[in-house]
Write a protein that binds this ligand. Structure first.
Ligand code: NCD
Ligand code: ZN
Length: 339
């Protein structure tokens, strides 16, 4: 029998530093699920068309705010990378936490992304001068298991070429990416929940699991182990970012399955479960909020989130989206939030 205090976990202002909220009915379904458990999150700009100008960004933020009003959640907005002028970036800067760069065609709605990283450099120079962080989907278009590893020299090049630019390697999946954090002072990373738990075997080792298919694809057990070590420490340069990426069931359970794992409704309880299993609950606050606040220099709303060890079964659907862990038992649940 464990002591009563081992059944409760209190977190202050948890943050999800990489989320896809989409628009319209999907946004209204998924955004409140993040806003319920988190005090803020970084909202990805890969809409169709992308969020690549101030007017679209402000309209998108208003749509998000309407869906989560009063829930104590700050949407930290991002702009989709393209060649921007200094005037454009100066105007948008007070409204964004960073600019998200997608190499063209590597993931969902990234067709408008960057063709050649050299072409990005004039804009990156302005971002460095203005102190705007760069968030990167770091994959090449090479062999699927090698895409992140092949991109690491580009991260290294950017980190050297723009030493004052804060660069966030989004959703890292390899042990080599973890190691790169210690090579360059201006490199940081987000780590998802699912990459702490699954490998390629879980996706494609048995019957194909479309709801675990995402970009970057889950890798080898050694990679997962390195990510878990970095999260549990936590490495001071890593932050939690779920990469929760909802797609309708019809797009996932299809001959051409869309990439994305929808983890928003289970993210916080499962992270508590993982940290509890490793006897590391006292280190979750840094991974889930404090590191991100320090790295980005943000102060989210004060939100006390109390979880209790109290098993529940994850629903099969939220709207027309199948969540991560659908039908499975999660040991912990949020029992109270206080603003
Ligand atoms: C994301 C999406 O669906 O928008 N998909 C994914 O597999 N992670 C895009 C992304 O972050 O790559
Ligand atoms: Zn993403």
């Amino acid at each position: 029998m464990s002591a009563p205090d081992e059944q409760i976990c209190t977190l202050i202002s948890p943050l999800d530093m990489h989320i896809h909220f989409r628009e319209g009915a999907m946004l209204r379904t998924v955004a409140p699920l993040s806003a319920r458990d988190f005090a803020g999150g970084v909202i990805m700009p890969n809409l169709v068309p992308p969020v690549d100008n101030l007017e679209r960004l402000l309209r998108y933020r208003a749509e998000i705010e309407a869906a989560i009003s009063g829930m104590g959640f700050t949407p930290y907005m991002t702009l989709f990378f393209r060649a921007y002028s200094e005037a454009e970036l100066r105007a948008v800067r007070p409204h964004i936490i960073g600019v998200k760069l997608y190499p063209a065609g590597v993931t969902t709605h990234s067709e408008a992304g960057v063709q050649n990283i050299r072409d990005a450099e004039p804009t990156l120079e302005i971002m460095e001068d203005l102190g705007i962080p760069l968030l990167v989907h770091g994959e090449t278009s090479g062999f699927v298991l090698d895409r992140e590893r092949e991109f690491l020299p580009i991260y290294a090049h950017l980190a050297r070429r723009f030493p004052r630019l804060t660069i966030v390697m989004e959703h890292i999946t390899t042990r080599e990416a973890v190691a790169l954090l210690d090579e360059y002072p201006n490199l940081y990373a987000t780590i998802t929940l699912h990459h702490l738990q699954i490998t390629l075997d879980d996706v494609a080792g048995g019957l194909l699991q479309p709801h675990l298919f995402c970009k970057p694809i889950a890798k080898r057990p050694e990679d997962r182990a390195a990510l878990l070590r970095a999260a549990l420490a936590p490495h001071p340069k890593v932050m939690f970012g779920s990469d929760s990426a909802p797609h309708p069931v019809s797009a996932k359970e299809a001959a051409a399955c869309a990439a994305g794992v929808f983890s928003a409704p289970v993210a916080l309880p499962l992270l508590v479960e993982i940290f509890a299993q490793h006897d590391a609950l006292d280190r979750l606050q840094a991974f889930i909020s404090d590191n991100a606040q320090r790295i980005y220099g943000v102060t989210p709303p004060h939100k006390k989130v109390i979880l209790q060890r109290k098993p529940w079964t994850v629903p099969q659907r939220y709207g027309d989206v199948t969540p991560y862990y659908a039908g499975r038992t999660v040991e912990w649940q949020v029992v109270q939030t206080m603003l």
